[in-house]
Design a protein around this ligand. Sequence first.
Ligand SMILES: Nc1ncnc2c1ncn2[C@@H]1O[C@H](COP(=O)(O)OP(=O)(O)OP(=O)(O)O)[C@@H](O)[C@H]1O
Ligand SMILES: [Mg+2]
Length: 271
Amino acid sequence: MTKNQNFIETKEYKRFAEFCDACIKYQYIGICYGQPGVGKTLSSRYYTNWNTIEKQVNHRGWEDLASKTTDDILSVNKIFYTAPAEKQTRLSNDLYSISASIDLGQKLHIVNKYGHDHSKHYSDMFKYIDLIIVDEIDRLKVQHLEQLRAIYDEHNLAMIFIGMPGIEKKLSRYPQLYSRIGFAHEFDNLSKDETHHILEYKWQDLGFDLKLEDFTDYEAITTIIKITKGNFRLIHRLFAQIDRIMDINGLDKISTEVVETARDSLVIGIR
Ligand SMILES: Nc1ncnc2c1ncn2[C@@H]1O[C@H](COP(=O)(O)OP(=O)(O)OP(=O)(O)O)[C@@H](O)[C@H]1O
Ligand SMILES: [Mg+2]
């Protein structure tokens, strides 16, 4: 997300948040799958407040950690983790170290800010963690899924695995893990109506400097909806091309023709 983009709480996001809440409530493992670019990663980061927490968790020693904690660290109860493309052996170590950083960050923050540590915090791993979301689950091999299962079995928490459509089938090959999965959730594209609403009223949140009047007609908007089929990433890529084409040709209005030319210059993804 660029600086000017804001997260939009779409209907799909709300469905996703309900799914996460349910996994926490029942302490289940849940799987969430969806097409590339629909917003799975961004929604997970938003739900876990990870943009804020990650900065504090990634530290260079305790002094660095102590200098950047905010009150947000005190209420952390969720972890967002991206399965690494390489060196997957460190998976459970990574998760333990995130948990330890949160724990230490909480203690340091209380001592720094309130002068004493009267906290309820113990050093038990994942003591206050209710949910671990693991993104890019498709990358993991059976031994790493086993590590996740061990963490799940040992600590009272929920887990959500995020991946591409088809992961539910892939995971069904590991019966022990599969039998622990309580819910599956499909993260869908934006509906036509919602894309329409976003294109009409939420330009600024998308980070585009545009107004409704910049379109020559309604057809240009409906063409965008048709091309992108409610996929957030495609909307962004299409608009980057629209911007470029308008610049090159010195245009100040978006017509259907501009939209179609933009589509033709996108390499992949839409036909
Ligand atoms: N709720 C949202 N509000 C604003 N922009 C969004 C939102 N969701 C997604 N986007 C935009 O769409 C892009 C793709 O989203 P994201 O990376 O979360 O997709 P994904 O489903 O994780 O894709 P992949 O399967 O390829 O990992 C983001 O970089 C962002 O620009
Ligand atoms: Mg993703």
